[in-house]
Design a protein around this ligand. Structure first.
Ligand SMILES: NC(=O)c1ccc[n+]([C@@H]2O[C@H](COP(=O)([O-])OP(=O)(O)OC[C@H]3O[C@@H](n4cnc5c(N)ncnc54)[C@H](O)[C@@H]3O)[C@@H](O)[C@H]2O)c1
Length: 308
């Protein structure tokens, strides 16, 4: 496994071979519906075994019944013990006892009480930050457990014996674009990039990688029918959940992909495949940022007290 070096954008038009995914075990949180379901279907088609962790017991159980090689575990990702249970069940479900891939997909969108105005004659009300609990706290629990199992399987010394593992975090257009009226959702999706930037230089010590998939608008249950109708009406083209599934398979198939975020853009911007690497995560043309980053690495080198 190679450490992090900026090597330019991933060529998403290059053919890829899913052979190395066959027989591996993956966890997909929020895999019962929407884009998560598309990740599950893509993984199953590539021959992986998949543990689906989701709040939606009805849909999750139905999907697991339909798809051979999947198991549904009822899980609220905001609850640490639920996620511990999910990972334990995945180990039992895995033929090798290993977990290879973790997709931290579960996420919600809510009307943002941080943004809303309480009124001229009103005291401001304490906003609900429940979205942060799901989208950041839940994803951090998933990241912690993924690293735990990856380290347990691979140790902490880079060696050719380590089997590839990968954590995939889910961003959004809201992870890099201006999206008015949604400070919590945007904060939560930018946060995925923060987690990725913090982990991408140390993941190789335990034979791992960390990447982000950021979908553009995909018609799912995350937003209301009215919102999606408006998006259609103003002529904005949707991205497709199936393209997100293929994007995931590309990331998992190519062990050289570490520290990237791929944008599931829809076919308008990425004909034929529907996703692309916007090369958002580095600033190769900015010599000053490179110099500051070098000083940052001097002050906090990757090899210093890796897990303390
Ligand atoms: N659909 C879009 O337009 C879009 C765009 C960008 C990013 N995303 C991101 O993609 C991911 C999936 O979104 P989607 O559009 O498929 O949404 P969705 O609402 O269709 O599916 C989300 C799934 O997550 C599950 N879930 C929600 N809270 C949970 C919790 N606390 N614990 C466990 N499971 C929980 C739901 O039950 C559901 O199965 C999210 O992280 C979302 O932010 C979606």
């Amino acid at each position: 496994m190679q450490g992090y070096t900026h090597s330019g954008p991933v060529d998403c038009n290059k053919p890829f071979d899913v052979g190395n995914i066959k027989g591996k075990t993956a966890i997909v949180t929020g895999g019962a519906n929407g884009i998560g379901e598309a990740y599950v279907r893509a993984l199953v088609a590539a021959g992986a075994r998949v543990c689906i962790g989701d709040l939606d017991v009805e849909r999750g159980s139905k999907l697991a019944q339909e798809l051979h090689g999947t198991k549904f575990i009822s899980c609220d990702i905001t609850q640490w013990n639920d996620q511990v249970h999910l990972f334990r069940e995945a180990v039992t479900f895995s033929q090798s006892g290993n977990i290879s891939y973790v997709v931290a997909n579960a996420g919600v969108f809510r009307q943002d009480e941080v943004f809303s105005y309480s009124g001229d004659n009103q005291e401001p009300e304490e906003p609900s930050l429940a979205l942060i609990d799901v989208n950041i706290k839940g994803a951090l629990y998933t990241a912690k457990l993924a690293a735990h199992y990856f380290i347990r399987q691979n140790g902490q010394q880079i060696s050719p014996k380590q089997e590839d593992t990968c954590l995939v975090l889910i961003g959004s257009g809201a992870a890099f674009l201006d999206c008015p009226r949604a400070p919590q959702y945007c904060a939560s999706k930018w946060a995925m990039r923060g987690i990725m930037h913090s982990l991408r230089r140390t993941a190789s010590f335990y034979g791992s990688r960390v990447n982000i998939i950021s979908p553009w608008y995909v018609k799912t249950n995350i937003l209301s029918d009215d919102v999606f109708a408006h998006v259609s009406k103003v002529g904005v083209e949707f991205a497709q959940a199936e393209d997100a599934g293929q994007c995931l398979l590309r990331i998992l198939s190519d062990v050289s992909i570490n520290g990237h975020s791929l944008f599931v853009s829809g076919r308008k911007w990425a004909p034929n495949i529907g996703y692309m690497d916007l090369d958002l995560e580095d600033y190769p043309a900015n010599a000053l940022i490179q110099e500051i980053q070098e000083d940052q690495m001097k002050s906090a080198p990757v090899s210093l007290g890796l897990f303390v």
